[in-house]
Design a protein around this ligand. Structure first.
Ligand SMILES: CC(C)[C@H](C(=O)O)[C@@H](O)C(=O)O
Ligand code: SF4
Length: 469
């Protein structure tokens, strides 16, 4: 009998082209997603070497980081952004790579459109020159970010050099308590394991709380695996996965669907498969969470207060807390819910999907954004936007005083015109809160869409459970 294998090992083994004595492996890559930030030098490399793209039909490009989220009819005003987006279009035209252009309704954040189009499927290897490629692991695909020289390698050969990561399993037991979402789960996980907790590992998420999540929630979890230091995140495919993929534009059809489904159902880790590291959490310990510092592991329940450096377990940690608090403009002991916000950003590849927008609408309906707050909602893709509008969510948002925008990365990382001003404080549904992430001097508190909506309405960090929904 063969050894029981994990989902990760099954995907790895089935994509192994070659293994060197030193452990370096050559993997076949099924899908390659491309955006404007990390691809220009890769295409330039191909041009210089006179090489074509090996499998254009396995590649899809989309501009997302540099696109404006308002007034698209006016084109892109910022010159640097315009050059980035134009360069991507030209490279795709020159090399025959399919692209969803800025004004295509299918345009959106690369990690939102892959799943939406049915390009992301269980058992695949998926890469993109972007760290949050881990998002696609929600489908039981081995998906990870790569650097620009690797983008060039994949474009040229459809393969990639890799070394085998270790297997880690994080089990979240119990049902989701009221007001607690996938975002709270992953923030709790990162709070527990730390930003280096997953280093060198591929994390498989398991347990009732994970199984009970929709695909949207599972994507939120896998998206932030990278913030926990992991190489990738994975969730075993099941009925929820298969139902989500069925009928999407790039999903297999007819007999190919039957075959694919049988293959997908054989992918989950075998009984008795061995993990190098195991972590267990119970949802009974988890409340709605917010970050207070400049790392995603600086996380606390909304009922908590800003930590005191002198309570830190080590001198180093005390220094780190002090520095974070200085940057964040916060005083130890302040109750989190007494912290006023200037802006609210709802969107990103972590929380810019339709379900996230429905959550926001549930909180926003019949209420008003506080006068002191500017709140923006940036759908993850043109199709998410279209769906939200078909459901009348945009009307709820507008009536409540939210700014309803065009799709893109936007203020998740401020590579376009959407930025925090120095010193401004933001409740954000994105995934990174380091110094300057949302604009130089900007201060970010990460949280779920419902919690961000609650902050927009009340004008300060607040507990969504106290707003009757
Ligand atoms: C610009 C890109 C390379 C970057 C990433 O790799 O993640 C961005 O998407 C981010 O979220 O910081
Ligand atoms: S939405 Fe944010 S995290 Fe996601 S790809 Fe864009 S910049 Fe990166």
């Amino acid at each position: 009998m063969s050894q029981p294998r994990t989902l990760f090992d099954k995907i790895w083994d089935s994509h192994l082209v070659d293994r060197q004595e030193d452990g370096t492996c050559l993997l076949y890559i099924d899908r390659h997603l491309v955006h404007e930030v990390t691809s220009p030098q890769a295409f330039e490399g191909l041009r210089l070497a006179g090489r074509p793209v090996r499998r254009p039909e396995a590649t899809l490009a989309v501009p997302d980081h540099n696109v404006p989220t308002a007034d698209r009819a006016r084109g892109i005003e910022d010159e640097e952004s315009r050059i980035q987006v134009d360069t991507l279009e030209k490279n795709c035209a020159d090399f025959g790579v399919p692209i969803f252009r800025m004004n295509d309704v299918r345009q959106g954040i690369v990690h939102i459109i892959g799943p939406e189009q049915g390009l992301t499927q269980p058992g695949m290897t998926i890469v993109c020159g972007d760290s949050h490629t881990s998002t696609h692991g929600a489908f039981g695909a081995l998906a990870f970010g790569i650097g620009t020289s690797e983008v060039e390698h994949v474009l040229a050969t459809q393969t990639l050099y890799q070394t085998h990561a270790k297997n880690m399993r994080i089990t979240v037991d119990g049902p989701l308590p009221t007001g607690v979402t996938a975002k709270d789960l992953i923030l709790a996980i990162i709070g527990k394991i730390g930003t280096a907790g997953g280093t060198g590992h591929v994390i498989e998420y398991a347990g009732q709380a994970i199984r009970d999540l929709s695909m949207e929630g599972r994507m939120t979890i896998c998206n932030m695996s990278i913030e926990g230091g992991a190489r990738a995140g994975l969730i075993a495919p099941d009925d929820t996965t298969i139902d989500y993929i069925r009928g999407r534009p790039y999903a297999p059809k007819g007999a190919a669907w039957e075959q694919a489904e049988a293959f997908w159902r054989a992918l989950p880790s075998d009984e008795g498969a061995r993990y190098d590291k195991e972590v267990t959490l119970s949802t009974s310990e988890i409340e709605p969470l917010v970050t207070w510092g400049t790392s995603p592991e600086d996380v606390l329940p909304i009922s908590g207060a800003i930590p005191r450096p002198e309570d830190a377990p080590s001198e180093n940690k005390a220094m780190a807390i002090k520095r974070s608090l200085e940057y964040m403009g916060l005083t130890p002991g302040t109750r989190l819910r007494d912290i006023a916000v200037d802006k609210v950003f709802i969107g990103s590849c972590t929380n810019g999907r339709i379900e996230d927008l429905r959550e926001v609408a549930r909180v926003a309906e019949g209420r008003r954004v506080a006068d002191s707050v500017y709140a923006m909602i940036v759908p993850g893709s043109g199709l998410v936007k279209e769906q939200a509008e078909a459901e009348g969510l945009d009307r709820i948002f507008r009536e409540a005083g939210f700014d309803w925008r065009e799709p893109g990365c936007s203020m998740c990382l401020a590579m376009n015109a959407d930025k925090l001003n120095p010193g401004e404080r933001c409740a954000s549904t994105s995934n990174r809160n380091f110094e300057g992430r949302q604009g130089p001097g900007g201060r970010t508190h990460l949280m779920s869409p419902a919690m961000a909506a609650a902050a927009a309405i009340s004008g300060h960090l607040s507990d969504v459970r106290e707003l009757a929904c």
